[in-house]
Design a protein around this ligand. Sequence first.
Ligand SMILES: [Zn+2]
Length: 404
Amino acid sequence: MTFTDIIGQEAVKRRLIDDVIQQHVPHALMLCGKEGTGTLPLAVALAQYLLCSGKEPMTQQPDMFGGDFFGEPEPTPPVNTRQPMLDHACGHCPSCVMAEKLQHPDLHFIFPIYKKQSGKASLCDDFGQEWRDLLLQNPYMGYAEWMQTSGATNQQLMIYESESDAIASKLALKSSQGGYKVCIVWLPEKMNAVCANKMLKLLEEPPSQTVFLLVSERPDLLLQTIRSRTQVIEVPALTQDDIQQTLEHKYGILPEEAHRIAHTADGSMTAALRAITNQDDNDDYFELFVSLMRLSYMRRVKEMKQWSEQVAAMGRERQKAMLRYCQHMVRENFIYNFHREQLNYMSAAESDFAVRFAPYINERNVIGIMDELQLAQRDIEQNANAKIVFFDFALKMIVLIKNR
Ligand SMILES: [Zn+2]
């Protein structure tokens, strides 16, 4: 993966490239950004650039027979006759070939996993094939995609202490290709306490020629001591235009649809890709949203209980996705009341529904509903009992929807 594979983020790319050219690469760098901004592919591209042995052209030999032999000596050429370093990985040296397949022996990955057998230690290496396959196929994958590919069901993924031991012994060895050793830690906030402390030790006394690239979505959850050992680079959300262009040119989405998806993706390529690949899921969420609104309006408490049980059976990641979808619908229906079509981003079915439903979302209840949705989202993220969370939310909707 090279910097040309990265969507947008020109300023961040420039900074990373300049750091390498000026040999200012810190031994630990933390790329912080929300899901879908490209922090992970940026780290992988930087790793390949660091490992590339073809980016420094050969030093030019001074021409022994040059110059005017009989006349005045030619002006002395500048001392530095080296060509400037390439500002991208060459793409064809042995290091690049291995890095492109994510199989460079000096490129190490740490990421959250689950224990394949309870009580037995598992290592990231046990998931190496799945990890490489997913990352190569979709560099903009998020936690949900990794959960699915790794075969996790409902368990929370974690980085265990066995991982910090394993990486410490790998990095203690000399690099196999004679250059840098690079260790990418995806979602370091998922390290358990023992692992985090061992990682801190590694960052305090880094092995020689080693660069740690931490890729974090929630740096606030990390030990302050770890954060202060790294150079932090904030990676901003992608622009709507960057996402739209990518959807049109790389995924062949028609401009109007690409515009709508890019708008709702909220700066996240991961969200945009989910929208095009999970259309079926979105249809499900739409049905669920519509039925909840009807049941709340009609105060059908018994059926609302069944509704919350149905949602509770879906699995955490889909529940979170559904709650995000509901927030999108509430926002769009609120805006629909202003009759400014260019501000609305809904599919045909959603627009049809909005004709009748939008008046029920107004300035008296919109904030209350959004607050309840965010509260439910937080509770689900913190592993609260989903049946209770969703039933509670449904009951609150009875009161809120009545506020017409
Ligand atoms: Zn190369």
